[in-house]
Design a protein around this ligand. Sequence first.
Ligand code: NAP
Length: 262
Amino acid sequence: MTVAKSNSPLRILLLGGTTEATALAERLSRMGSIKAVLSLAGRTAQPAESPLTTRVGGFGGVEGLSAYLQQEAVNLVIDATHPFAARISTNAIAASQASGVPLLAIERPPWTRVADDDWIEHDSIEAAVSALPEEPQDIFSGLGRQAIDALCRAPQHRYLIRVVDPLECPAALAHAEIIASRGPFCTGDDARLFADYNIRHVLSKNAGGSAAYSKIEAARQLGITVHMIRRPALPARTTVATANEALAWIDKHHRSRSDLGV
Ligand code: NAP
């Protein structure tokens, strides 16, 4: 897609941390009529390289983000954060409303149960951990590092915990093993891993997308129960499912500015 030309560059704040953000950053970087900045929370030690100017770290809540939008004369905000990054997404909606800067979110469709899936759905990580059997089990956690505290509530289990960056396992989890590995993962590898560790339960966020779906397919193949965490609820916002659709939305805004001679 070619984005319409206007007199002044369209200034975009892209809230990132996902594959969709990486894809959109790549496309935006090649458009001379757009000046986009990628924003990352700074959670991973070595984020994927981006061709866009990148800022790292929180803005300081809704007020800080609103101030940033004004100071940087941002025209559009694209929220391409993870579906479970509810705080930044809620802040972005509020800051967009407060400062009158249009916002679009890229929201991957959630995974849905198919034949042979053995899923138990939960509203929170804590609820999923509470629902695990009392007797010690072999459990794979794909919930990320921020969920490790919740696992400490059921320390009797043998956990295999997959995270992006290496970390020390908390002393409370005497039978846990950490694997540091960055996706995308593949179903064959995950099935072998689950078989090797005799995994009987998989803990997963309903992230959607393909990069982390292999654990769900592997669990289906091996008849393993998946404890699927439902997505957090967010205030109403305009959404699309892909980076391509986001480009079309950006183009529409760019054209309307061109028509106004901005
Ligand atoms: P969160 O709970 O929604 O956000 C916590 C705080 O981190 C926000 O209030 C904001 O600080 C800051 N923040 C988050 N994303 C930011 C961004 N893109 N740019 C600047 N500041 C940001 O988010 P989270 O769940 O910790 O996720 C952090 C990042 O990791 C997100 O960018 C997300 O896309 C990515 N990620 C998250 C998950 C997940 O499962 N949660 C998985 C994969 C990737 P201030 O209030 O100070 O602005």
